[in-house]
Design a protein around this ligand. Structure first.
Ligand SMILES: Cc1cc2nc3c(=O)[nH]c(=O)nc-3n(C[C@H](O)[C@H](O)[C@H](O)COP(=O)(O)O)c2cc1C
Length: 433
């Protein structure tokens, strides 16, 4: 444990309505393309004193899922969070901006705008993106190396632009008629492999609290990048062993970049299917994913692992030796690694593998059970030093969301694992609390 209490973020994606979740009466799905859904959750998350709400994002629309659910269709995350800024006062607002497709000048200005509008509560989830190249004139997705090199340069430019108009340069001296001390507003004159940016930025830095960075991407390059720049890491760690290994790697890479391990908070996604009983939770999970048929599940196995299960006997276990050696999904190395670990450790048969939550849903840490089950598991992982907190990704229905905010978080407070009130009103303040 690197800090005494958990850091807790809440996805406003809204994951609890994915799968079949949106079809429940009263799901509120009609509010998806307005602020309504996210605002309601943000207000409730603020009442529970969470560190931040968080909006992941994608710049492409896979049509295959749209017939059955809302998929990746969504409002622009930064605009959505800006609309929430004035309706809340304490909770952090973490948006997602990809470093692969956009330009750092735009990103720097959008993020600092959100920071001003929320009075110091903005955070940036730095992603190198999974897909979407065809929407930006790129014939293929750039390699992992190219994406992380661009991410490092992009992030450096954004930070330098934020610093190019320091808050102390803002004088607003009515009497003398001096608005700003222009000696302090300096160009950055960046000439790099990907960007040429003169600066300065046309917006001053928000005084007193900087914008924390979150990173998502679990390959060796991703972890090194996180060790260099991230305050938080959104990770996929399906079991405690994976979390402990990730925590060790992050600490190692943080120190290699002359930072402290505690500066980089490991916050895995925690997918929660909660019910009053375990049976209820399991039924909720299965009902949520029942429309994913065997063909679709096998397609996921093929995509992630390069393994074709079409003619595989149902009683034959799948072992490490069966996995094609050089298959790399272009999409996400960390997700594939998690599935490889399951095959290495559990040797599942095809029916076992195809029923795994990791195939049906995500490779996030999953609790399918009661609030007691979730509290026990979170406490175990935290006390073992595997996590610094988590990002809640409730699934299945609004009921999972309600149990998270109304029952689970208060139980963590009672256990002394989470704050009972805010002591700060900026995101940086919450992280250091
Ligand atoms: C937990 C997690 C969350 C992610 N969220 C996003 C996202 O919201 N938007 C996005 O474009 N990419 C997202 N990504 C993709 C990563 O930014 C990255 O492109 C991908 O994981 C490949 O990098 P890697 O090989 O280092 O994992 C996410 C990845 C992970 C592991």
């Amino acid at each position: 444990m690197l800090r005494p209490r958990l850091c807790i973020g809440m996805s406003v994606a809204p994951t609890w309505l994915s799968g079949e979740g949106w079809r429940h009466q009263g799901s509120g799905i009609e509010g998806l393309y307005s602020s309504d859904l996210a605002l309601d959750v943000a207000r409730r998350a603020e009442a529970a004193h969470l560190d931040f709400v968080f909006r992941p994002d994608a710049s492409f629309l896979p049509l295959s899922v749209m017939e059955q659910s809302f998929g990746f269709s969504s409002l622009d995350p930064t605009l959505l969070l800006a609309s929430i800024a004035r309706e809340t006062s304490r909770i952090g607002l973490v948006t997602t901006i990809s470093t692969t497709f956009g330009h750092p000048y735009h990103a720097a200005r959008q993020l600092m705008s959100l920071h001003w509008l929320s009075r110091g509560r903005a955070g940036w989830n730095v992603v190198t993106a999974l897909q979407g190249n065809e929407n930006f004139g790129l014939p293929d997705m750039p390699s992992s190396e190219a994406r992380y090199a661009r991410a490092a340069e992009f992030t450096q430019v954004v930070r330098r632009l934020w610093g190019s108009f320091p808050s102390r340069a803002l004088l607003v001296d009515r009497e003398a008629g001096h608005y700003a001390d222009t000696d302090l507003i300096l160009p950055i004159d960046h000439q790099g492999a990907n960007f040429q940016v003169r600066g300065p930025m046309n917006l001053p830095e928000y005084p007193g609290a900087d914008i924390p960075l979150m990173q998502a991407g679990g390959s060796a390059l991703g972890v090194d990048f996180a060790g260099q720049v991230a305050d938080m890491v959104f990770a996929q760690t399906p079991d405690l062993a994976a979390a402990l290994a990730m925590r060790r790697q992050l600490s190692d890479r943080a120190q290699a970049h002359r930072r402290q391990p505690r500066d980089v908070r490991l916050l895995p996604g925690l997918s929660l299917y909660l019910g009053d009983t375990r049976e209820e939770a399991r039924a909720l999970f299965l009902a949520t994913h029942h429309r994913l048929d065997r063909q679709q599940r096998m397609a996921r196995v093929r995509d992630f692992l390069g393994l074709d299960l079409a003619d595989w006997p149902d009683d034959r276990p799948i072992t490490n030796a069966d996995l094609p050696e050089n298959h790399r999904s272009p999409r996400c190395a960390s997700q594939c690694d998690a599935l490889r670990r399951i095959i290495r450790d559990d040797r599942p048969t095809p029916p076992d593998l195809l029923a795994r939550p990791e195939i049906l849903a995500s490779v996030h840490w999953q609790v399918i059970g009661t609030v007691d089950d979730a509290v026990a598991e979170i406490a175990t992982w935290f006390r073992a030093g595997g996590i610094d907190g988590f990002i809640a990704v409730p699934g299945g229905s609004v009921r999972s969301l309600d149990l998270l905010l109304d029952a689970l978080i208060p139980r963590l407070v009672e256990a002394g694992l989470f704050r009972s009130r805010y002591t700060a009103d900026t995101l940086r303040g919450h992280l250091e609390d």
